[in-house]
Write a protein that binds this ligand. Structure first.
Ligand code: NAI
Ligand code: MG
Length: 341
């Protein structure tokens, strides 16, 4: 049995994580969840912080977490839970696999991409200043250490997942120093350590056009922080949206798995949310446990879950965001029924 921290979070978070608990239990996934709070849920539970120390400590103790979305209250005094989590736990690599789902109609054929996003610097450094009256600046930060770290991570991931090509999206023609350094390190890692993985560089505006014209020549997209944020949502839109896009944030020591979507206040509490994105994030967690701890039972549980949700979608069992009529619980029931076949 592995122990993972579960953070239900806010809005639709508790509903979708409940669905994941039920599916995990139905397939006998060897994971025990311990719940901790984050987001507004933490404040409601009597904590004084959006991201309580006890939540961070539990992730540090158990190494993995499955996280629902957290609302960051608007107003000063609140830092984003996600930014805090990434910084404190040094979760430098965000990974978002994007693939066409069975039975989910889109304008694109077979999409199968992985976005690897640098999670700690770039324009998300948070360094903004007023330099003169009516003039403000935002600092784009690149360090050689972080550029090399994410490049190494992406090539290692490509090798492990038997992927063939890494394309770096950049704008080094304009941002010669920051994006230039990002490119330099990626190129060096390719040439010196991973010459067997195909490598290319593409200026991001042209790349965006080529991606929507035909995603098939692309495989892994390696991006600095802001480009990765934007490109992930673009790619999510190519396969059916936020209900079907899982994600993970990896550091050297810890990993936090979460869907790309937020707390969806417009549908929260109504039992309508699609639990699939968090369930897919959960299967990524099972595969990670299998990879890092050599537990084959985790891999098998992940495969059973994947077959079950692919089967349910293929048979037209879908939530409203995908054009179906099922609620959160009914979709989980459909997955569970197939997992037990
Ligand atoms: P959102 O992702 O919560 O919602 C955008 C739209 O997608 C809404 O119409 C929503 O109903 C729909 N949607 C999202 N997930 C869905 C699902 N699983 N099934 C069906 N429909 C779904 O983005 P929004 O409205 O911009 O943000 C709401 C709150 O979430 C904000 O407080 C924001 O800060 C937070 N947020 C948290 C994230 C996290 O914790 N990782 C990520 C993004 C936003
Ligand atoms: Mg985003």
């Amino acid at each position: 049995m592995h122990t993972a921290v579960a953070i239900p979070g806010d809005g639709i978070g508790p509903e979708v994580i409940e669905a994941v608990y039920r599916v995990f239990e139905a397939v006998g996934a060897p994971v025990r969840f311990v719940e901790r709070h984050a987001g507004e849920a933490a404040l409601s539970a009597g904590e004084s912080e959006l991201l309580p120390e006890s939540t961070l400590a539990a992730i540090q103790e158990y190494g993995v977490a499955l996280k629902g979305p957290c609302t960051t209250p608007i107003g000063s005094g609140f830092r984003s839970v996600n930014v805090q989590l990434r910084q404190t736990l040094k979760l430098f690599a965000a990974v978002r696999p994007v693939r066409t789902m069975p039975g989910v109609e889109t304008r694109f054929g077979d999409v199968d991409l992985v976005i690897v996003r640098e999670n700690t610097e770039g324009l998300y450094s948070g360094i903004e200043n007023t330099v003169a009256e009516d003039v403000v600046i935002s600092m784009k930060v690149a360090t050689r250490k972080a550029c090399r770290r994410i490049a190494l991570w992406a090539f290692r991931y490509a090798t492990h997942k038997r992927r063939e090509k890494i394309t770096v999206f950049h704008k080094a023609n304009i941002m010669k120093m920051t994006d230039g350094m990002f490119l330099e390190e990626a190129r060096r890692v390719h040439e010196v350590e991973y010459p067997n993985i195909a490598y290319e560089e593409m200026i991001i505006d042209a790349a965006a056009m080529r991606l929507v014209q035909d995603p098939s020549p692309f495989d892994i997209l390696l991006c600095e922080n802001l480009y990765g944020d934007i490109v992930s949502d673009l790619c999510a839109g190519m396969v059916g949206g936020l209900g079907v896009t899982p994600g993970a944030n990896f550091g050297e020591e810890h990993a936090v798995f979460e869907a790309v979507h937020g707390s969806a206040p417009d549908i929260a509490g109504q039992g309508l949310a699609n639990p699939l994105a968090l369930l897919m994030s959960g299967t990524m967690m099972l595969n990670h446990l299998s990879d890092t701890r050599g537990d084959e039972a985790c891999r098998q549980a992940a495969q059973r879950i994947k077959r079950a949700y692919d089967g349910a979608l293929g048979a037209g069992e879908r939530t409203r965001d995908l054009g179906g009529a099922l609620g959160t619980r009914e979709f989980a029931d459909a997955v569970i029924a197939r997992a037990q076949d």
